[in-house]
Write a protein that binds this ligand. Structure first.
Ligand code: HEC
Length: 130
């Protein structure tokens, strides 16, 4: 295939994904379900002081959050704030897991959990306004 054909095919494919994304938020829910799973395994790892597993879960959540931040490019202040808190707490979780500091990791996990709750609280408030 010629480069132009390849580029056009790529643009078309991406466009379709984009539209599907807008139509219903299934892909977002898929990522979020993964996020929930990883946060649950992070809690398990914390309880067992399994720092390798904790890092793996935190890294997986970091990747999901990057995708999410890109997919949902909203400027809503509260949403952005919660996303930042989530990412900060997530990075702290990774740092403390590396340092094998269970207390620091537990605190970061608590902050992370609060950002889940608060971001969702914000989303519900927005829905009510509609
Ligand atoms: C910065 C905002 C934000 C943060 C932080 C966040 N979420 Fe979400 N979450 C969303 C959005 C947006 C959706 C999609 C909501 C919708 O479709 O109306 C969602 C949906 C979900 C769903 C529903 C999936 C389904 O199948 O319906 C679950 C479960 C979930 N999130 C769990 C979590 C967990 C656990 C955390 C923390 C580890 C978290 N979320 C952190 C924004 C966030």
């Amino acid at each position: 295939m010629r480069p132009l054909t390849v580029s056009l095919a790529l643009v078309a494919a991406l466009g379709t994904c984009w539209l599907a994304w807008g139509a219903d938020e299934q892909p977002m829910n898929f990522w979020m379900k993964k996020k929930l799973e990883h946060s649950q395994s992070a809690l398990r790892a914390l309880a067992l002081e399994d720092f390798d597993a904790l890092r793996a879960s935190a890294n997986a959540m970091r990747r999901l959050s990057d995708i999410e931040g890109f997919a949902r490019r909203t400027d809503a202040k509260e949403y952005r704030a919660q996303l930042q808190i989530f990412e900060f707490a997530n990075d702290e979780l990774i740092r403390h897991a590396k340092e094998k500091n269970v207390d620091g990791a537990a605190l970061a996990f608590t902050q992370l959990t609060l950002s889940c709750v608060n971001c969702h609280k914000h989303l519900r408030d927005e829905k009510e306004k509609e």
